[in-house]
Design a protein around this ligand. Structure first.
Ligand code: DAH
Length: 337
């Protein structure tokens, strides 16, 4: 029997120093595996003298069971310890402040540009775009702006070469669209324009929305109706609208369109320079000379056109008094919209 007791003692002393699950696994193989020490004792049972066999067999089985039990305990202890270690290592302090992810937002100019185009699209206008680097022909010539017109002055226009400019307005899109399409047309053309000018109300780049409609019987009253619908949608239903005679080479007759001052309700203030009115866009009946340039018969077709500055409308909507704020990218300004 001594060898059985010795076996158990040697297991216990080895088990004491086993500190990891793989080591326990090794112990299991060493004692209980197919070629293990305890298994060998069971196999050798037939060599024991018959009188002793039952007691010896019982003793071996007891050792086997207690080793199994001991290994089971050790395993579960180590698993628990492992688990605790992981919980501590992977602990998440949910009371710590979260990571701040700054969200961007739409630039006020794009926001108002979107509102303007939405209003015209809801009235059935299509959106067209044209190039920002434009031929002198489209920017000036085809719009009946002659060679000596002040708008062509080097002071105002960025010239790329003698006949290529940064477009100074979105009106050239009128010509480009009319060249490739036949009436009826109902178009708006939003985009960037460039002028060599910089102060509190001018930046070298700004945005315009051009609009025009061409068909066989378009009248000035159509222009008034469309623009009034736009203004009432943009600035409120009761906003007064006024058409003032003006001049543009590509429209005849031409008008400048004012709205009743939204700051003083027409009483007169600093923003409207005490006139009670704010100018917001230019418009008119398309000059027959423009139709001739694109090959439309001016005896058959008539149309209206208008153009507005997006910065100006945004400044009015949000009471912003310096246009440069839009492009300085100061987050304290941009976050307000
Ligand atoms: N193109 C003009 C400008 O830049 C604005 C304008 C006025 C556009 C009258 C038009 C119009 O279509 O009919 O100042």
């Amino acid at each position: 029997m001594d060898d059985v007791t010795a076996l158990k003692d040697s297991f216990l002393s080895e088990a004491q120093s086993a500190a990891s699950l793989p080591e326990i696994q090794q112990l299991r193989v060493k004692y209980l595996g197919k070629k293990g020490l305890v298994t060998a004792k069971l196999k050798a049972l037939s060599n024991v003298v018959p009188e002793m066999r039952p007691a010896y067999g019982k003793a071996v089985n007891e050792v086997k069971n207690s080793i199994e039990e001991e290994i089971g305990k050790l395993e579960s202890l180590l698993k628990q310890a492992d688990h605790k270690k992981r919980v501590v290592a992977e602990a998440l302090d949910i009371t710590l402040p979260g990571k701040y992810t700054p969200f961007g937002r739409e630039h006020p100019i794009n926001k108002i540009l979107g509102e303007i185009t939405d209003i015209f699209v809801s009235m059935g206008f299509e959106i067209e775009e044209g190039p920002e680097v434009e031929l002198d022909y489209y920017n000036f010539e085809a719009l009946n702006i002659p060679k000596n017109h002040p708008a062509r002055d080097m002071q105002d226009t960025f010239y790329i070469s003698d006949d290529v400019v940064m477009r100074t307005h979105t009106s050239p899109v009128q010509v480009r669209v009319m060249e490739k399409r036949k009436p009826p047309l109902k178009i708006i053309a939003p985009g960037k324009v460039y002028r060599c000018d910089a102060d509190i109300s001018h930046t070298p780049m700004f945005h315009q929305v051009e609009g025009f409609m061409v068909d066989t019987d378009i009248a000035f009253s159509d222009l008034k109706g469309v623009l009034e619908a736009f203004i009432h949608s943009m600035f409120g239903a009761g906003t007064p609208v006024r058409f003032r005679p003006s001049f543009f080479p590509f429209t005849e007759p031409s008008a400048e369109v004012d709205i009743g001052c939204i700051f003083c309700s027409g009483k007169g203030c600093r923003v409207c320079k005490t006139t009670g009115w704010l100018e917001i866009l230019g418009a008119g009946i398309i000059n027959p000379k423009v139709f001739e340039m694109v090959g439309y018969d001016p005896e058959v077709y008539t149309g209206f056109a208008f153009g507005m500055g997006v910065e100006r409308i945004t400044m009015l909507k949000y009471s912003i008094d310096d246009i440069r704020l839009f492009f300085e990218n100061d987050l304290r300004f941009l976050k307000q919209f």
